[in-house]
Design a protein around this ligand. Sequence first.
Ligand SMILES: CC(C)(COP(=O)(O)OP(=O)(O)OC[C@H]1O[C@@H](n2cnc3c(N)ncnc32)[C@H](O)[C@@H]1OP(=O)(O)O)[C@@H](O)C(=O)NCCC(=O)NCCS
Length: 173
Amino acid sequence: MLIETERLILREMNFEDFDALYGILSDAETMRHYPAPFDKAKVKSWIDRNQRRYKEDGFGLWAVVLKKTGEVIGDCGITLQPIHGEMLPEIGYHIRRDLWRNGYGSEAALASMKYAFETLKLSAVYSYMKYTNAASYGVALKNGMRFVEEYDDPVNIKTRVYRITREEWLNRK
Ligand SMILES: CC(C)(COP(=O)(O)OP(=O)(O)OC[C@H]1O[C@@H](n2cnc3c(N)ncnc32)[C@H](O)[C@@H]1OP(=O)(O)O)[C@@H](O)C(=O)NCCC(=O)NCCS
């Protein structure tokens, strides 16, 4: 699996990406909307889990590589997530903090969305986040997702859900 955009490559993550991913996922500000930043064990299991997803589901969170430098600057991709009691395909993303607001998050998410509709032939994809995560829903809105609902959740207090359907994707072009 390899997706190329104007500035990025999305490819399967592996243990050679550990240091780059640990740098991103252990950062307190980046993980502000999560229960806690990831420690080394959590990053290892993050890589393990995504490698399992590639085999079992045919997709997962991929490493985001900046073409200009070859560095891994984040992760982005599609995973099955429990959203309001249902397992649904979700587009998720983390970008290295010093590179925020350059459009990389939305570029990677849009490429994942294209893959979801054109390769996986999914009928809809979702993004969900803690209600305070404006950057996360900013990416969803920028890429044409629409607000679906906000529900109470013990981890996030309130979880917001955004979605784009295949029909909306096709009409968007
Ligand atoms: C969410 C995240 C990946 C966005 O990455 P990014 O590369 O900075 O996003 P983009 O530059 O593509 O921003 C897209 C839009 O989102 C909105 N946005 C991004 N960051 C924002 C912020 N801090 N506050 C408010 N809106 C924001 C803007 O509308 C932006 O468009 P604009 O720059 O044209 O105004 C990044 O903020 C991140 O890694 N956050 C921490 C991890 C996380 O919470 N992931 C989501 C878990 S649910």
